[in-house]
Each structure stands twice: as C-alpha cells, then as structure tokens.
Design a binder for this molecule. Structure first.
Ligand code: XIL
Length: 472
C-alpha cells in the first residue's frame, strides 16, 4: 500500500500542502502594464520560491513591530522562511544587569517563528557592540571575563536549544585591513576565545549550526582573506565552525563582482555560507532609476547564493524602509529594503522573486499570453499518490468566470532530482530539472469558470517537494 506522504513528512508543513496555485502570467502582464511597479500583481511568497530552490529567504525582526504593526507582522510571517532577531538576542538586550535576564523579546520572536513554520538565526553571542554597561565598563581581568563569556554562551544557547537553527557566535571580529579588531574581547583575551566560544556554543546545543559573521567580507580582499584564514585554521584545529555569514550591507550599485567566487572559496573550506543581513542603501530620495538598480543588486545577491551549493540562504535586514536601521546610521541614505515605507513591495522584491524562479515570463511574454490575456487562470499541482520510489502527480488548469484559455502550457522545476516517466492528457517533456507540459489536441480550451486536468507518473528519492508551477 503506497504511503500517501512517504519520507517527505519531515519537510515543513508548507511542502505537504497538496496545492500551490499561482496567477497566470497574463494577469501579471496586465498588472504590470496598468499599475506602477510597486503595485504589480503579487509574486508568490518569497519563502515558497526560496524553499523550492533549496534555500531560505529570511528577514530581521523586532518584537515590538511583530506585536504592534499588523502590516509588518503579516509580511514577516508570510514572505520569509527564517527570522533573525534584529536586536533581541544581543547581550545588552538579554542581560542588561549582571545576572538578571530579560528574554521577553527573544522568546516572542522565537514563538512567532514557530507559529509560522520559520527557522531562527540567533544573533549574536560575542560582539564588540551593544553590550551592557556592566560588561563593557566592568574592567574584568582575563580569567573572570572568560568565565562570564562561557556562562553567557551556555545560558543563551542552552535556552534556545533546538529552537535556533544557526547562531552567529562571533560577530565582526576583523578590521578593514584584516587585523583583529580591538575590543573588550581581543584586548583582554587575545584571540583564543574564538575557538573557545564556538566550543561552548557547541556544548550547549550540539545540533546548532555555528557561524562567524562579518561585513565588508563579501568580496575578495584583505578583510575576507583574514576571515578565510581564520576559518581554515579553526577547521584545522577541529573547532566546531559550520558556517560563515556575510552581512551584505551594500551601497547601491556596489555589490562586489567577486561575491560568488568569494562565497565559493569559503564553501570549499567545508563550511556553509549565508548572506545574513542584506540591504542596499541609496542616497535619498529614491528615484525609479535607483530602485531599478537596487532591484538588480538584490537579484545579483540571490543569484550568487543560488549558484553556490553550500549557500543556505539569504536574510534581508529589516522588513520595510520604515523599519530600516540605515537612515539613522548612514545620514542621507535610506530606502534600503524590499518594501517601501507603506509596506508595498518594491522592484527589489520582484527581482528577488524572479531570481528565485518566479515570473521569468514577464520580460519575454509568449504570443498567446500577450494576445489573449486570461487574468486569474491558475495551475494547481497535487500529488495524489506517492510510494517509496514513485509518485503520481496531477495538475489542474482553472479559469475564473470571465477568463478563458484557448491553449495552455504549464512548467515547473523538479528541484530534488525527480524524473518524469509518463504523462496523460498533456504532452510533457523534461530537460534537466525543467518540466514543460502543453495541452493535448483535444483539451486546450479552458472555459470561463471551467478547468482541465492532466496527470503524470514520476520517480523520486530523498524528498519530493511540491514545485512552484507557472502557467503561460
Ligand atoms: C543593527 C540594528 O539593525 C539596529 O536596530 C541597532 O540599533 C544596531 O544594530 N551588523 C550587525 C547587526 O551585525 O546586529 C546590526 O544591527 C547591523 C550591522
């Protein structure tokens, strides 16, 4: 008896939803033509697109806004598959007075993530900044400071054991020239605390992925060379280092050309990589040209991550331009995020969606889509049956009242190695991961309010995620 879900049950709930339906390309085209770019027809949720490509798309959040700003919370929950507490897990937030902990905001964010099926990136355990006064100005000697650090790491990582997927254990260790930054930590403890901090975190949660995180290390250069040398030496020592986070606080038009190559060289050391704090600031006011360059920059970053198999995901830094840290820290700059101050998606949002595989048709419309637009027609993918090596899939093409189709094509990517073996009621081909199905001679017409269905068999192993389907 075939098991209806098979081994894919470990996947998040969203993968087990039988149906993913997306608006027909024609609707996007129509929307793009009639409306300003910020109000074009909605892209599929970024978290779904990212998951279908095997990465996560995350964002940084604050508890106050999650609890008190409905537009912010709705985007945070719906669009992102990973959350990073923007400030709530920093030392100054969790232990403002020695020995007296305040976990309220961090707990709130972790609970929100769990309720929305999201991962959490813990940020950050050891940093030169945002430390409480008692720590920064305590004048502790090396032995006492080491003990304080060990206890902090054990307490915080231990509290969230099993609930935080990855920790930025150490943040911003280096200066621009690649020397260690002078800080409370290096000034008192030298540099041996780096491996110790990783070890203490590993002891507190052996399953957590442990990262070093920094900025201005995204491209090749003295600073990223220093980080690279540190990661290599930590690996050689057998320290528990699992990943490197590249903050990616970029200036418009200045994504380093060597980003992908740099991510790849770190991955080649045997660690994961992730873009952890992406934003692209521009000199305000924003213009259409600047927003379009910004969209290209965001797209470049996502594509670079997708091109490196050990790149786990991309986290944007702050939900909207109204929430961004940029204007207060870089005077004259702003508009750095994916959503404008009214929580509407910016061109960068669409560029990220396209980089993740959505709506690639919008720039090269097919003749049928542009000559007979059919707003609202959708294609829905289901897996009615699955067993240990095979499955039966089905797609239903439907149109709402007032829209119809004379012919149709449905495409998707099998991202987990699935292979099509036969199809019925459509002509399907698979090239690499790409599957394209066109109507048979007798079922190209979809009437207003009607639907047609086709089916196929395929093979799978490991997992069989529901793909993102496009109708065009
Ligand atoms: C920033 C937050 O976004 C601000 O709200 C806060 O005032 C300062 O810190 N690198 C990091 C992040 O690792 O923790 C910083 O976050 C941005 C730069």
């Amino acid at each position: 008896m075939p098991h209806p879900l098979g081994p894919s049950t470990h996947r998040p709930t969203r993968f087990r939803r039988a149906v993913l339906a997306f608006t027909v390309c024609a609707a996007t085209l129509l929307g793009a033509a009639l409306l300003p770019s910020t109000a074009r027809a909605a892209d599929p949720p970024l978290r779904e697109l990212a998951a279908a490509k095997g990465i996560y798309l995350g964002n940084a959040v604050a508890g106050g806004a999650l609890g008190g700003n409905a537009a912010y919370a709705a985007l945070a929950g719906a669009q992102f598959g990973s959350l990073t507490p923007e400030n709530a897990m920093k030392w100054g937030s969790v232990e403002p007075t020695r020995g007296s902990y305040n976990w309220a905001e961090a707990d709130q964010i972790v609970a929100f993530a769990q309720a929305h099926g999201q991962q959490v990136r813990g940020h950050t355990l050891v940093w030169h900044s945002q430390n409480p006064g008692w720590l920064a100005n305590g004048g502790f000697g090396a032995a006492e400071l080491r003990g304080i650090l060990q206890q902090h790491i054990a307490t915080e990582v231990g509290r969230y054991q099993g609930r935080v997927r990855a920790w930025d254990v150490l943040n911003e260790l280096f200066d621009e020239d690649g020397s260690y930054r002078s800080s409370l930590w290096t000034d008192t403890l030298g540099t041996g605390f780096v491996a110790d901090a990783l070890t203490w975190a590993h002891q507190a949660d052996p399953a957590a992925e442990l990262y070093l995180n920094d900025y201005n290390v995204e491209g090749l250069g003295a600073k990223s060379d220093a980080l690279y040398a540190l990661v290599r030496s930590l690996k050689a020592q057998g320290a528990p280092i699992h990943g490197v986070g590249f903050q990616a606080h970029f200036v418009l038009g200045q994504v380093p050309a060597t980003l992908q190559a740099n991510l790849q060289r770190f991955a080649d050391l045997g660690v994961d990589v992730a873009v952890t704090e992406l934003d692209v600031r521009l000199q305000t006011p924003a213009t259409e040209a600047k927003l379009s360059q910004q969209a290209a920059d965001y797209g470049t970053v996502v594509k670079s991550c997708l091109a490196v198999s050990r790149c786990r995901g991309v986290t944007a830094w702050d939900i909207s331009d109204a929430d961004s840290w940029v204007p207060s820290v870089f005077p004259g700059y702003g508009a750095a995020t994916l959503y404008d101050a009214g929580y509407q998606p910016k061109p960068a949002h669409h560029a990220v969606a396209v980089a993740l595989g959505a709506g690639t048709h919008t720039s090269t419309p097919s003749p049928s889509a542009s000559s007979s637009p059919a707003p609202g027609c959708t294609a829905a993918y289901t897996v009615p049956n699955q067993w240990n090596t095979g499955f039966t899939g089905g797609v239903t093409v439907s149109c709402p009242p007032g829209s119809s189709l004379g012919s149709w094509r449905v495409g998707w990517d099998f991202t987990a190695g699935q292979q099509l073996s036969q199809s019925w009621n459509a002509t399907c081909t698979q090239t690499g991961t790409r599957v394209t199905c066109a109507n048979a001679a007798w079922n190209g017409g979809v009437t207003a309010g009607g639907s047609v269905a086709f089916g196929f068999n395929g093979t799978w192993s490991g997992s069989n995620p529901v793909p993102v389907v496009a109708l065009n």
